[in-house]
Ligand binder design. Structure first.
Ligand code: NAG
Ligand code: NAG
Ligand code: NAG
Ligand code: NAG
Ligand code: NAG
Ligand code: NAG
Ligand code: NAG
Ligand code: NAG
Ligand code: NAG
Ligand code: NAG
Ligand code: NAG
Ligand code: NAG
Length: 618
């Protein structure tokens, strides 16, 4: 339990602040402060266990993505959205809202349980693969429908959220309690990151299977923060030693020198996209550190390549969305996830547009803290929009102040772009129609509300604590020739976080299995496996049971390989088949039932299926 009487006084000294920024339009500031209060209420109304709940049936501390149950049905709890939402609520606690501690404890218990729920991505024990499942029912049970899985950002984001609570408990002299309750929960997620960072998964938009900038940047932060926290707890975090390799991978593979932007995904097959995406922008605000310098890595908001990416991204939407009227810089516009988006109309998104503002508030703070701005060839186009006569060089003093004033005005522009499209009650949906600006897709999206709150805190000069982005641990700079596809094998070490409320799940004995199939596919088609055990869906020849997509990460024109690597109950023989997904249609292979015997308990044998499949043309 957090002790409220002493919390406020001791915590306020922890928070960074900067002088409030001047030259604000009073009307915008009034809007922001009113909407911030509405947004907090909007978040809380979507969380189980609170009186105001709009979400019947949700367990305490469970974040429902949106109360919307049709078109789209978002009445589920996502690990990513939940972690980002509760990170915001923990910040609000640190900023002084002590009443939030109960729901933060509810979230803790809920996540301790969720970590142990066996699901289509796997289970906690022995290999931790179940931690990569994207979403669950709001009563904390598994969701067996077809889905883009695994999504490897969830464990990293959840670890970060619980690590943000550490200074709070430390300040209350409750370090031992933190170590007992939270550290085992965090360590499971850090183990997962150390074990799987070098494997592909689905991105934050749940569409692209590959290696996502957002996922990796958060994974890097989680391991660095974990290593520093472990020291404070007099313990160790062995998987955290993977951090320099994640950094190496990120720094050397995501910069598109031709286009001059950070691309969203690499290791992707069959996706015809520019790579221009809000993914890196949202990564930068998630790994933002008020104390970091701009050249520490490619991911801080004030980094030149990140600012370049911001410009390319925003420009890609100026003429794309009629509502933007092709407004030119220094005007801000509404932005979406990525220009090729078609999901529910592929409209502007509130959380992307507010994220674009937040990144600039963060960057202004960082540059002001450093006291000097270095404009280089990467960031020159961004700064020319704000300061037409600027050139490559260093800026300080009054000139710097003027540039930062213009940058803040630009950031405000994104908030002003959202303002007229919110309904009078302040509700924020997922998207704004690209032509009319009317709210569309999921209503009352929790992440939209949360993004408003964090944006508004940054705008007011209120920042989260430093997580160590400037620590040498965060910046171990390997050269590209030193990048390695390493991993930390934590199999057998994942443990239910009992003190946080996890059930003492029995350790089923499981062994590793790899299904691999050569199956030539056309653009947009996917291969799934269906089998007669729960993890493989349940029943053969039943399209309703199909849950497990195979991974095309090794697919080439000469070797059209799809595969999945998972753990199944030891010693059993499973029957399975491959299924082709062609749009909304499932095409079953015409082949006698295939079987595979899973390795005996403790044998260490990996059972492999090396198959080739063809499908009747439809
Ligand atoms: C503080 O949190 C409570 C819920 O615990 C919420 O109702 C209230 O609006 C929050 N206060 C502020 C100022 O955000
Ligand atoms: C959990 O919720 C799902 C979806 O609403 C429902 O099908 C299932 O029966 C519920 N399980 C329990 C144990 O309440
Ligand atoms: C924590 O312990 C220190 C040193 O014993 C003491 O000065 C401080 O008041 C304590 N803080 C709280 C919140 O109990
Ligand atoms: C694994 O890491 C290596 C070295 O950085 C990199 O070349 C490769 O693309 C990575 N693969 C995945 C799936 O992360
Ligand atoms: C860690 O060890 C140091 C020195 O031995 C001690 O002062 C500190 O209280 C310990 N902290 C924890 C969380 O055990
Ligand atoms: C790099 O950017 C250029 C220009 O936008 C684009 O044509 C190209 O496809 C991008 N390359 C990759 C690998 O995304
Ligand atoms: C800031 O923008 C204004 C136009 O809005 C421009 O006149 C001024 O020169 C800019 N400041 C700097 C330092 O470039
Ligand atoms: C940033 O660093 C300074 C000293 O270098 C420190 O006083 C301050 O607390 C740090 N800020 C945060 C948010 O940790
Ligand atoms: C890392 O090394 C590369 C060259 O190997 C260099 O360009 C870059 O500036 C270095 N980054 C840092 C943060 O030291
Ligand atoms: C990981 O460790 C487990 C348990 O020690 C072992 O069975 C498995 O073979 C190891 N996997 C790899 C890829 O080394
Ligand atoms: C958890 O379950 C195992 C085996 O079922 C048992 O040996 C162990 O004592 C249990 N732990 C706790 C803390 O109940
Ligand atoms: C799959 O394709 C590879 C590369 O062409 C080939 O070596 C392998 O034998 C094929 N597997 C099967 C089962 O046909």
């Amino acid at each position: 339990m957090l002790c409220s009487s002493l919390l406020l006084a001791s915590l306020l000294t922890l928070t960074a602040s900067s002088p409030s920024l001047d030259r604000r339009q009073a009307s915008l500031s009034t809007f922001v402060s009113q909407e911030q209060a509405i947004a907090i209420q909007g978040v809380l109304a979507n969380i189980g266990g609170l009186n105001s709940s709009l979400v019947p049936g949700a367990s305490p501390g469970v974040v429902v993505a949106s109360p919307s149950t049709v078109n789209p049905n978002y009445f589920y709890t996502w690990t990513r959205d939940s972690a980002l939402t509760y990170r915001m609520l923990i910040e609000e606690l640190i900023f002084g809202n002590l009443t939030l501690r109960k729901t933060i404890e509810d979230y803790t218990a809920a996540q301790a349980i969720v970590q142990t729920v066996t699901n289509p991505s796997g289970s906690l024990w022995p290999a931790g693969d179940g931690l990569g499942e994207a979403k669950f029912y709001t009563n904390l049970t598994r969701f067996d429908g077809t889905w883009g899985r695994p999504q490897r950002d969830g464990p990293a984001l959840r670890a970060i959220t619980f690590m943000e609570l550490a200074p709070v408990l430390f300040n209350l002299n409750e370090t031992a309690l933190y170590k007992q309750i939270y550290w085992p929960l965090v360590l499971n997620d850090l183990r997962y990151v150390g074990q799987y960072w070098n494997q592909t998964g689905y991105d934050l938009w749940e569409e692209v299977h590959g290696s996502s900038f957002f996922t990796l940047a958060n994974q890097h932060r989680a391991l660095v923060q974990g290593a520093l926290l472990a020291r404070q707890l007099n313990t160790t975090c062995q998987p955290c030693a993977q951090a320099p390799q994640i950094l190496c991978f990120l720094q050397n593979n995501f910069w598109n020198a031709t286009g001059g932007y950070l691309t969203a995904d690499v290791n992707v097959n069959n996706v015809v996209r520019s790579g221009i995406n809000s993914d890196p922008i949202l990564a930068s605000i998630s790994v933002f550190d008020a104390n970091a310098t701009c050249n520490a890595s490619d991911f801080q908001p004030c980094n030149s390549k990140m600012l370049a990416t911001h410009k390319v991204l925003v420009d890609s939407f100026r003429s794309l969305y009629p509502i933007n009227n092709n407004a030119q810089p220094p005007n801000a516009v509404l932005i979406g996830r990525y220009p090729e988006d078609t999901y529910y109309g592929g409209n502007p998104w509130a959380l992307c547009t507010l994220g674009a503002a937040e990144m600039l508030y963060d960057a202004v703070h960082q540059i002001r803290t450093v006291g000097q701005l270095t404009v280089d060839k990467y960031s020159l186009p961004f700064f020319k929009d704000l300061s037409p006569t600027i050139s490559v060089g260093s800026y300080t003093g009054d000139v710097l102040n003027q540039i930062l004033v213009n940058m803040t005005t630009y950031a405000d522009g994104f908030v002003s772009a959202v303002q007229p499209h919110l309904p009078p009650n302040g509700s924020i949906s997922e998207q704004f129609d690209r032509t009319t600006g009317f709210s569309t897709s999921a209503s009352k999206l929790t992440w939209s509300f949360a993004s408003f709150v964090t944006m508004s805190r940054r705008r007011a000069g209120q920042f989260p604590l430093s997580w160590g982005a400037s620590n040498p641990l965060a910046n171990t700079n390997l050269t590209s020739s030193q990048c390695r596809g390493t991993s930390f094998n934590a199999t057998g070490n994942y443990t239910p976080a009992l003190a946080a409320g996890a059930p003492n799940v029995t350790k089923d004995c499981e062994s590793e299995v790899i299904f691999s199939v050569n199956a030539t596919t056309a653009f947009g088609q996917n291969i799934f496996i269906l089998g007669n055990v729960t993890k493989l869906g349940g029943a053969l020849n039943n399209a309703d049971d199909i849950i497990l997509p195979l991974n095309p990460g090794n697919y080439t024109s000469t070797t059209p390989q799809w595969y999945v690597d998972l753990w199944l109950k030891a010693g059993q023989t499973v029957a399975y088949q491959y299924v082709l997904q062609n749009g909304a249609q499932w095409v079953f292979e015409q082949h006698p039932v295939r079987t595979l015997r899973v390795g005996a308990c403790g044998s260490g044998r990996i059972a492999r299926a090396n198959d080739a499949a063809t499908f009747p043309s439809s």
